[in-house]
Design a protein around this ligand. Structure first.
Ligand code: ATP
Ligand code: MG
Length: 386
């Protein structure tokens, strides 16, 4: 359901790719074979099964799934509101499966919770409700500074005109936004949100999502959102679908990430630095070809490298143009002529409407040059060590 509303098909997330581009950075959340049970004895019921999940700092993950599939349970385990019973769970560098209560307490201060039940205090104003989170995190903090921060956050969620209102004087959506401000005001490193935009109109939902996006991209905050709200899917880096307590799919949805994951599968690029890859992804041009169109012709000189984003192509060779291969999404072609300087050794025709990403010869050579210097670096460092 979630994937259908995206304009381009998503691509299955490859953890190996992420580890590669993480460049030594550790995941903010890592679940390894995580299980969870409710109840005891005969009533014991398993609700999470063998879940493996890695989320890196600065990533926004949206989790979807049918009611009762275990989304909130997983969120509460990560948020230390429940104990992980079996398997491993690492959150912000702490192994929760082996943590003491004091560890959990200190970890909780670094997490921002936005859960559906608002739990606002009726006798406190919006500002006071938000400031409460700061007072808990830093009881000795300066009140005037905490008030200013609380106001800033209320403004960021579009409630600057409601700062002195009490919950009873606010609409459902406004209360929800106060709860969101409260969950974010102490600058958490990790935000766990359960249906944060459910009660919000389109515009307030956008404001909140934009705020989360900025926190992720500018401050490397890790964000995990459980939602059924199709309007906000575009903010996600990945969409994880949980069904019957198991992760059914984990897909990348941001185009730059999809492309760099695809590029790493090509030998020519596999030693590129994360920065080089991102630069290359930026330089790709997208072109849509109708069905049965020729993309390259055997014998012509080559000036581009192609990556198939969607659709499929046939590779043909010889006077009879016999088909020697079919290539599909994630495959690439055209690199040989660029590598050897010889004419194209095959023709390529689309089999259906196909979106191709292409890289000019110049950019391609630059990528090769970077890889060459990488190899030289490796060789030099090996040599130096001897
Ligand atoms: N405290 C609890 N005690 C016993 N069973 C529970 C408890 N909380 C949840 N469950 C059960 O665990 C399963 C997963 O529940 P969970 O709340 O994690 O689902 P969810 O995916 O968040 O659903 P929804 O989309 O409706 O919020 C359900 O079968 C639910 O009935
Ligand atoms: Mg739930």
């Amino acid at each position: 359901m979630a994937d259908q509303s995206l304009s381009t098909p998503a691509v299955r997330y490859d953890p190996a790719w992420r580890r590669r581009i993480a460049d030594g950075q550790k995941p903010a959340i890592a679940a390894i074979d995580l299980q969870h049970f409710y109840g005891q004895g005969e009533l014991k019921k398993q609700v999470l099964f063998d879940n493996n999940l890695e989320i890196y700092p600065g990533e926004i993950i949206i989790m979807t799934g049918p009611s009762g599939s275990g989304k909130t349970t997983l969120l509460t385990l990560i948020g230390t509101l429940r104990r992980a019973q079996q398997g491993e769970l690492h959150v912000l560098d702490r192994p929760l499966h082996a943590a003491t209560n004091a560890d959990l307490l200190s970890l909780r201060r670094e997490i921002g919770f936005i859960f559906q039940a608002h739990n606002l205090f009726d006798s406190l104003t919006a500002t006071q409700n938000v400031r409460m989170a700061l007072e808990l995190a830093d009881p000795n903090g300066k009140k005037s500074e905490q008030t200013a921060l609380a106001r800033e956050l209320l403004q960021a969620v579009g409630l600057e005109h409601r700062v002195n209102h009490k919950p009873k004087q606010l609409s459902g959506g406004q209360k929800q936004r106060v709860a969101i401000a409260r969950g974010l005001v102490h600058r958490p490193r990790l935000v766990l949100a359960d249906e944060p935009t459910a009660a919000l109109d389109e515009q307030s939902g956008r404001t909140v999502v934009e705020l989360l996006r900025r926190m992720a991209k500018e401050e490397q905050v890790t964000i995990l959102i459980v939602t059924h709200d199709n309007r906000i899917l575009d903010v996600a880096d990945r969409i994880v679908n949980l069904v019957d307590g198991r992760i059914r799919s984990d897909v990348l949805v941001q185009e730059a990430a999809i492309v760099s994951q695809m590029l790493l599968k090509c030998d020519v690029f596999k030693h590129m630095t994360p920065r080089g890859l991102a630069e290359m992804a930026d330089n790709l041009k997208s072109e849509v070809f109708a069905a049965h169109q020729r993309v390259i012709r055997e014998g012509e000189s080559g000036d581009k490298f192609y990556l198939i984003r969607t659709g499929s192509v046939a590779v043909k060779r010889g006077p009879q143009e016999s088909q020697i291969a079919t290539l599909k999404s994630g495959d690439f072609f055209g690199e040989m002529a660029l590598l050897t300087g010889e004419p194209r050794n095959a023709s390529v025709d689309t089999l259906e409407e196909t979106t191709l990403y292409s890289l000019s010869q110049e950019q391609f050579q630059k990528a090769i040059a970077e890889q060459a210097s990488f190899e030289t670096e490796i060789r030099t460092s090996l040599f130096d060590r001897q």
